[in-house]
Write a protein that binds this ligand. Structure first.
Ligand code: MOS
Length: 741
C-alpha cells in the first residue's frame, strides 16, 4: 500500500471562496468584461432551418446600416489551415465556421455581423434576412439506429458478461421497462463569450475554458500558428458543465472576425443561440430488463440505450456506462445504439452518461422492488457490488453502505410504507419517498505545476487550471499550502491562463485531484530542494539531518527526530544567497493502481415529494444526499458541489426539456422563460452529508472528484418518490403534472 500523504491544516478547512469578494464586488473579470482599444462587437446570425442550404443573405442591407463594419459569410471568411470538419481525437468536435452554405441543424451560425456597437451588430444580423433551400428534416428517436463503436469519449458501446437471456429465464420476477429522457441544452450562467485580438500571427483570446491546453492546441491547428503564439485568458468561468471543455464555433468565429477586420472583436453567444452550436445532452430511450430471485437477488441486468446524434459527427451519450459498475448481477449487458438526425452534435454535460443512465436504472430498480414488495434500499443492499461488475476489480474504496445508512437515518427512511399512496401531509397533499444510488468515476488526467518559495517566505504556485465556479481558486490553494508546509495566507495561486504549466482539465470531476497532485508534488519538490540546501550547510541547525529526516510546517523545516532544531525557509534561502527556489511537479493517475482497482465515488440520495392529488402539481420538499468521495479538501465547497448536482437532479426529474418541432427541427423553447429550470422556490431543504472515506489508492492525497456525482441518483430518487406518492409510474422524464393526470 503506498504511503498516504500527511497533510497540514489547510486541507479540510471549511473556507469560503477566496475569490468570493472579487465576484460579489464585480472586481472579477469574466471574458466579456475585457474592453480592448478599438473593440468591435460581433453578433452571429443563425439558421432558421435545420437542414438545407443558405441561398441568399442581404449583406448589402446589413452593411448599409450605420455602425456595421463588415458581414462575415462563407464568401469572405478568412482561410483556415485545417478544415473545421477535421477530427483530432475524442475531443476533436467538428465546428461550424462558415465553411460553406450548408445547414445541418437549427441555430447553426450562418454569418457574423461586425459593428461599432452591439446594437448595430444586432440590427445588422436582423437585416440579413436569410433565404434557404430547405430539405426534409428528421428529429426524434425513431429511425434506423446504428451501433456505434464507441460512446462518450471512447468507451466501448457494448459491454457485459454472462448469459442475460438465461438469467432472465431463471428469474422469479422480471421487469421490463422503457424510459425516455429529454434533451437538455447547455445554459451556463455565462454564455460562450470571446474577446479576440490579433497582432500579426499572435492571438490574445479572453474566453471561458475548462481545458486551456486542449483549446490552445485546437486553435493552433485551425489557424496554423504555433501554440506559443496564443494567449488564452480564462480567470473565471460562469459555469462550464462540459460545454466549455472544447472550444465551440462561436468562440472561433470571434477569432475569425477579428482577423477579417483587423481589430479586436467581442462575440457573446445570445441566450437563444445556446441551443445548438455549444452542445447538449442528447435525448435517450432506455430499456431495462431486470430479473431477480424471490429474495431480490438479481439474476440478470440488461440496459439498452437508444440515443441520437448528428448526421455529421459522432458523440453518443453513454448512458450505459454506469450500469457497468453499479450493481452485482451474474449476467449483465450494457449496449448502445444511436439514430442520426438533423440536430447539432451532442456533447458532454455534467455526468455525461451517468446522469441519464442513472435515472432509468434507479427507476427500474424501484419498479423491481415494488414488484417484489421489498424496500427499495434493501433491494440495493442485496445487490451490493463488492467488486466492479464488468471488470471484476476490487474498488479502491467504497463507503456506499455508509452512505445508504447515514442518508437513510437522516431522512427517516425506516418508516416508509412499502406500498404507494399511503402518506398525506396536513394539507392533504400526497407524500412520497424515493431513493437512488449515486456514483461517478474517480479519474485523473495529467497536469503540471510550478512552485516557487521566495526569500520572504511566501510562495507562488502555478498551474493552468480553471475555476468554473466550483472553488478551484480556494481548494487548489489549500492543497498547495499543505504541499509546501506553508500557511494558506503565504501562498499565491495562479490559474486560468494558458501560459502556466498545463493544468489538465476541469472536467470529468478530475480537476482537483489532478492539478492538486501536481501542486502537491511541486511543493514537495521545493521542500526537498530547501532541505538539500540546509542539511549540507554546517551553519544550519539541520546540518546532517538528511533529506528524509526533515519535515516542513508553518514555513519552517524541522528535524523529525528533534523538532526543536528547525529554521525558516527564509533563513535557509538567505544563508544560501538565493532569492528563491523553485520546482515542478506532475499530477497523474498511477497506472499500477488503475490496473488493480476500480475507482469511483459513491452516494445515496433520498427524496420527498408532495403531489397535489387534484392538480398533479409536484414539489420536492426534502432532499438528503450522503456522498463518499475520499478526502474532502474543503467541506463548504464540496457541499456546494453536491447541492449544485442535486439541484440539477431536480431539474432533470421535473423541469428540463428542450422541445423541438418534429416537422422543422426548430426549437420551441430556446429561452429561459420556457426552457424550465428550478428556481429558489422549487428547491427544498437540502442536506449533503459528507461520509468519511479514506482511499489509499486513487492518489496519494486520497481525493476523488465531487463535481458530477450529485446529479446521479437524485433524478431517479425524485421519480421514485413521485410513484410512491401517487402510484403512477411515469417513464417519460421530466415528470410534469400532465403525465400524472
Ligand atoms: Mo464535465 S461534463 O466533464 O464538465
Amino acid at each position: 500500500m503506498p504511503e498516504r500523504v500527511r497533510h497540514g491544516a489547510a486541507i479540510g478547512a471549511d473556507l469560503a471562496r477566496l475569490d468570493g469578494p472579487d465576484k460579489v464586488t464585480g472586481a472579477a473579470r469574466y471574458a466579456a468584461d475585457f474592453r480592448l482599444d478599438g473593440l468591435l462587437h460581433a453578433v452571429m446570425a443563425v439558421s432558421g432551418i435545420a437542414r438545407g442550404r443558405v441561398t441568399g443573405l442581404d449583406v448589402a442591407a446589413a452593411e448599409a446600416h450605420p455602425g456595421v463594419v463588415r458581414v462575415m459569410t462563407p464568401e469572405n471568411v478568412p482561410k483556415l489551415a485545417r478544415s473545421p470538419d477535421a477530427k483530432d481525437g475524442p475531443f476533436g468536435f467538428k465546428l461550424d465556421l462558415l465553411q460553406d452554405e450548408a445547414v445541418r441543424y437549427a441555430n447553426q451560425p450562418i454569418a457574423v455581423v461586425i459593428a461599432e456597437t452591439l446594437e448595430a451588430a444586432t440590427e445588422g444580423a436582423r437585416l440579413l434576412a436569410p433565404r434557404y433551400a430547405t430539405e426534409a428534416v428528421r428529429v426524434g428517436l425513431d429511425g434506423e439506429p446504428v451501433v456505434p463503436e464507441a460512446v462518450g469519449p471512447g468507451a466501448p458501446a457494448r459491454a457485459g458478461y454472462g448469459d442475460v437471456a438465461a438469467g432472465l429465464g431463471a428469474a422469479q420476477t422480471c421487469i421490463e421497462a422503457t424510459y425516455e429522457t429529454a434533451a437538455q441544452y447547455h445554459n451556463a450562467l455565462e454564455p460562450h463569450a470571446a474577446v479576440a485580438s490579433w497582432e500579426g500571427d499572435h492571438l490574445t483570446l479572453y474566453t471561458p475554458s475548462q481545458a486551456l491546453a486542449l483549446a490552445t492546441a485546437r486553435i493552433a491547428g485551425l489557424f496554423g500558428i504555433p501554440p506559443g503564439n496564443i494567449h488564452i485568458v480564462s480567470h473565471y468561468l460562469g459555469g462550464g458543465f462540459g460545454s466549455k471543455g472544447m472550444v465551440t464555433s462561436p468562440q472561433i468565429l470571434a477569432i475569425l472576425a477579428a482577423r477579417l477586420v483587423g481589430r479586436p472583436v467581442k462575440l457573446v453567444t445570445r441566450r437563444e443561440q445556446m441551443f445548438g452550436p455549444v452542445g447538449h445532452r442528447a435525448a435517450t430511450r432506455q430499456t431495462l430488463k431486470l430479473g431477480a430471485g424471490a429474495d431480490g437477488t438479481l439474476t440478470a441486468f440488461d440496459h439498452h440505450t437508444l440515443t441520437q446524434t448528428s448526421r455529421y459527427d459522432d458523440f453518443i451519450e453513454p448512458s450505459g456506462i454506469i450500469s457497468r459498475n453499479l450493481y452485482a448481477s451474474p449476467a449483465l449487458a450494457s449496449t448502445h445504439e444511436a439514430v442520426r438526425v438533423d440536430i447539432a452534435t451532442p456533447i458532454f454535460m455534467r455526468a455525461p452518461g451517468e446522469a441519464s443512465g442513472s435515472v432509468a436504472i434507479e427507476s427500474a430498480l424501484d419498479e423491481l422492488a415494488a414488484e417484489l414488495n421489498l424496500d427499495p434500499l434493501e433491494l440495493r443492499l442485496r445487490n451490493y457490488a463488492e467488486v466492479e461488475p464488468v471488470s471484476k476489480k476490487p474498488f479502491s474504496s467504497k463507503a456506499l453502505r455508509d452512505c445508504y445508512a447515514q442518508g437513510a437515518e437522516r431522512f427517516g427512511w425506516a418508516s416508509r410504507p412499502t406500498a404507494p399512496r399511503q402518506m398525506r401531509d396536513a394539507d392533504g397533499l400526497l407524500v412520497g419517498w424515493g431513493m437512488g444510488t449515486a456514483t461517478y468515476p474517480a479519474s485523473m488526467f495529467q497536469a503540471e505545476a510550478r512552485a516557487v518559495v521566495r526569500a520572504d517566505g511566501t510562495a507562488l504556485v502555478e498551474t493552468a487550471q480553471h475555476d468554473m465556479g466550483q472553488g478551484a481558486w480556494t481548494s487548489l490553494a489549500q492543497i498547495a499550502a499543505d504541499g509546501l508546509g506553508l500557511p494558506l495566507e503565504s501562498v499565491t495561486l495562479s490559474i486560468g491562463h494558458n501560459r502556466l504549466p498545463n493544468g489538465g482539465l476541469a472536467g470529468g470531476s478530475t480537476g482537483t485531484a489532478t492539478a492538486g497532485m501536481a501542486l502537491h508534488n511541486a511543493g514537495q519538490a521545493v521542500i526537498a530542494a530547501l532541505a538539500e540546501l540546509a542539511v549540507n550547510d554546517p551553519a544550519s541547525p539541520l546540518y546532517g539531518a538528511g533529506n528524509a529526516g526533515v519535515a516542513a510546517e508553518g514555513g519552517r523545516l524541522a528535524r523529525r527526530d528533534d523538532p526543536a532544531r528547525s529554521e525558516s525557509f527564509s533563513e535557509i534561502l538567505a544563508r544560501a544567497g538565493r532569492d528563491s527556489v523553485e520546482a515542478r511537479g506532475t499530477g497523474a493517475a498511477d497506472p499500477a493502481a488503475k490496473k488493480a482497482y476500480a475507482m469511483h465515488a459513491h452516494g445515496a440520495v433520498f427524496a420527498e415529494v408532495l403531489v397535489d392529488p387534484d392538480l398533479g402539481q409536484i414539489r420536492v420538499s426534502r432532499l438528503v444526499g450522503a456522498f463518499a468521495a475520499g478526502r474532502i479538501v474543503n467541506p463548504r465547497l464540496v457541499r456546494s458541489q453536491y447541492y449544485g448536482g442535486m439541484i440539477w437532479g431536480v431539474s432533470f426529474a421535473l423541469h428540463e426539456h428542450a422541445a423541438m418541432d418534429a416537422r422543422t427541427g426548430r426549437f420551441l423553447n430556446n429561452n429561459l422563460a420556457e426552457y424550465h429550470l428550478p428556481v429558489n422556490a422549487d428547491i427544498p431543504a437540502m442536506e449533503a452529508i459528507l461520509v468519511e472515506e479514506a482511499d489509499p489508492h486513487v492518489n496519494p492525497l486520497g481525493i476523488k472528484g465531487v463535481g458530477e456525482i450529485g446529479i446521479t441518483g437524485t433524478a431517479g430518487a425524485i421519480a421514485n418518490a413521485v410513484w410512491h406518492a401517487t402510484g403512477v409510474r411515469v417513464r417519460d422524464i421530466p415528470i410534469t403534472l400532465d403525465k400524472l393526470l
